[in-house]
Design a protein around this ligand. Structure first.
Ligand code: THU
Length: 139
C-alpha cells in the first residue's frame, strides 16, 4: 500500500509530465516537489534546439518552488514511462542535494511502478556549500 501523501505527489508529477516539452528526445519526464508544509510544485522537462540548454523536470519543479519563496522541502517525485524507473540525472542530483538535502526521492512510472530512495544513496559524499565555507575560513 502506497501512503496517500506519496501517491498525491506521484500524481502531481504525472500531471507535470503531461506538459513535457521534449520534441527532440520524445522522452517525457514529470517531477513534483513537496514543501515542508505540504505545498506541491510540479515541473516537466523543457528541451531546447540548442540541446545543452535543456532543463530537466526536477530542476524546473525546484526552480518554481524557490522562485515562489519556498525553502524547505520534504520529498520529490519523478515520473517517466520507463521500467526500471528513471532516476534524476547527475546535475539534478546535485541540485536536489543542495536544496532538499537528504530528502526522500520517489521514482514512478505510468504502470504503477514505484521506488522510494534517499538522496544520500543517489549522491553519496556530496559536495555542497559547507565545503566552500571551510575554504574561506582558512584565508
Ligand atoms: N530528463 C529529465 O527531465 N529528468 C531526468 O531525471 C532525466 C532526463 C530529461 C532531459 C531531456 O529532456 C530528456 O529527459 C532526455 O534526456
Amino acid at each position: 500500500m502506497i501512503e496517500p501523501e506519496i501517491q498525491r505527489l506521484v500524481d502531481a508529477a504525472r500531471l507535470g509530465r503531461d506538459c513535457s516539452l521534449s520534441p527532440f528526445s520524445n522522452f517525457c519526464v514529470g517531477a513534483a516537489v513537496e514543501t515542508e508544509d505540504g505545498k506541491i510544485y510540479t515541473g516537466c522537462n523543457i528541451e531546447s534546439a540548442s540541446f545543452g540548454l535543456t532543463v530537466c523536470a526536477e530542476r524546473v519543479a525546484i526552480w518554481k518552488a524557490l522562485s515562489e519563496g519556498e525553502r524547505k522541502f520534504k520529498r520529490i517525485a519523478v515520473v517517466a514511462d520507463t521500467d526500471p524507473m528513471t532516476p534524476p540525472c547527475g546535475t539534478c542530483r546535485q541540485i536536489i542535494w543542495e536544496w532538499c538535502r537528504n530528502t526522500t526521492v520517489i521514482l514512478a512510472n505510468l504502470h504503477g511502478g514505484i521506488e522510494i530512495i534517499e538522496m544520500r544513496e543517489l549522491l553519496p559524499r556530496a559536495f555542497d556549500a559547507r565545503f566552500l565555507k571551510e575554504v574561506s575560513n582558512e584565508k
